[in-house]
Design a binder for this molecule. Structure first.
Ligand code: HEC
Ligand code: HEC
Length: 299
């Protein structure tokens, strides 16, 4: 009879030899589970104002978040400035934890783990990232220097932004809807988009995770009957092109029937230089976009 069979057969009659091990194992599991649950269910950051944790959080941030939220968390073309004192989706530690762990459905903000083939951050690492965000956060809500009411007037009036852009359901459709732009893009990015639109073409806000996200590319075609149409690409495959022209007409075209077809990365948006839009008017429009953007949040 082999030793293992013997120990098996004697197991029921000698429980005391085995139970301490099982007990230890179960206890360890329980402790782990309780620790994990408590880190996840915590209301306050266990690493609050711990500079070492903030440092660790900074490297997590570089690896997982800076791609969208920029270096130093100051925001970029794909994600908002996280140094703003006021957060749209809640300011408490628990709110930040939820946002980072679960993402923000319907936006480009991904749930934890979605950016690196499913390997997410541990609860501890999320808290370290929050410690980092707190360490770079400004203490008071920034007062944008511009005047939002004045900016609204310019947007729908003399600056003519609304001929191409919608805010809160009012305006044109050739350019992207700017209702949430203030909450999602950094101020530097918005200013750059107005002063120098071709530098970086806008990307669909909810599509940043796609490898090739939709861009507002400019396209000019000449149809077989000699009609010239300029506009933005809505959709395209090898054979067909869907585009919107400057009068918001949508065209579905077969590429092999076109006399010419040319795409460019030159934006259809005119560059607003200092002569067309003074620095003060620009600040007012930015203040307007920030004011509507921050109301668009969940809370
Ligand atoms: C693919 C781009 C992308 C990545 C990667 C990303 N975010 Fe975001 N994040 C966004 C966008 C876009 C929003 C704004 C969503 C909205 O409100 O429309 C956002 C919102 C947030 C908010 C809420 C801001 C507020 O005002 O309430 C926090 C906090 C945040 N992100 C933290 C992080 C952290 C931490 C990471 C890394 C672990 C990260 N994000 C990774 C795009 C991204
Ligand atoms: C003739 C049409 C037109 C006018 C007028 C116009 N835009 Fe644009 N705008 C566009 C198009 C098309 C895009 C997308 C391509 C690009 O990024 O340049 C765009 C992009 C933008 C973006 C970038 C959005 C993003 O999410 O990246 C901002 C911000 C913007 N416009 C603001 C303005 C403001 C403010 C005004 C008025 C001062 C204005 N635009 C006037 C057509 C226009």
């Amino acid at each position: 009879m082999s030793a293992s069979a013997k120990s098996c057969s004697t197991f029921p009659s000698e429980p005391r030899q085995v139970s301490p091990l099982i007990f230890l194992g179960v206890a360890a599991l329980l402790i782990c589970a309780v620790l994990a649950v408590s880190l996840f269910a915590q209301e306050k950051n266990p690493f609050a104002s711990d500079p070492k944790a903030a440092k660790l959080g900074e490297s997590q941030f570089r690896a997982n978040c800076a791609f969208c939220h920029g270096l130093g968390a100051r925001g970029g073309g794909r994600g908002p400035d996280l140094t703003r004192a006021q957060k749209r989706h809640g300011n408490s530690d628990a709110d930040l934890f939820r946002t980072i762990n679960e993402g923000i459905p319907g936006t480009a903000m991904p749930p934890n783990g979605a950016t690196q083939q499913g390997v997410g951050m541990t609860a501890e690492e999320i808290w370290q990232v929050i410690a980092y965000i707190r360490s770079v956060e400004k203490k008071a809500p920034a007062q944008p220097p511009g005047n939002a009411a004045q900016g609204r007037g310019l947007f729908y009036g003399s600056a003519a932004c609304s001929t191409c852009h919608m805010v809160e359901g009012k305006g044109g459709r050739l350019g992207p809807d700017l209702t949430s732009t203030g909450g999602v893009r950094s101020v530097e990015y918005i200013i750059e988009s107005i002063r120098n639109p071709s530098r970086r073409l806008a990307q669909g806000i909810s599509e940043a995770m796609k490898e090739f996200s939709q861009e507002y590319e400019t396209v000019t075609v000449v149809t077989s009957d000699g009609q010239k149409i300029a506009g933005v690409v809505l959709n395209e495959d090898s054979f067909t092109l869907q585009m919107m022209d400057a009068r918001e007409q949508i065209h579905l075209l077969e590429k092999d029937k076109l006399r010419s077809f040319e795409k460019s990365r030159e934006s259809l948006m005119p560059a607003y230089d200092m002569k067309t839009l003074s620095e003060k008017d620009l600040q007012d429009i930015v203040a307007f976009l920030l004011s509507v953007g921050s109301q668009g949040g969940v809370q």
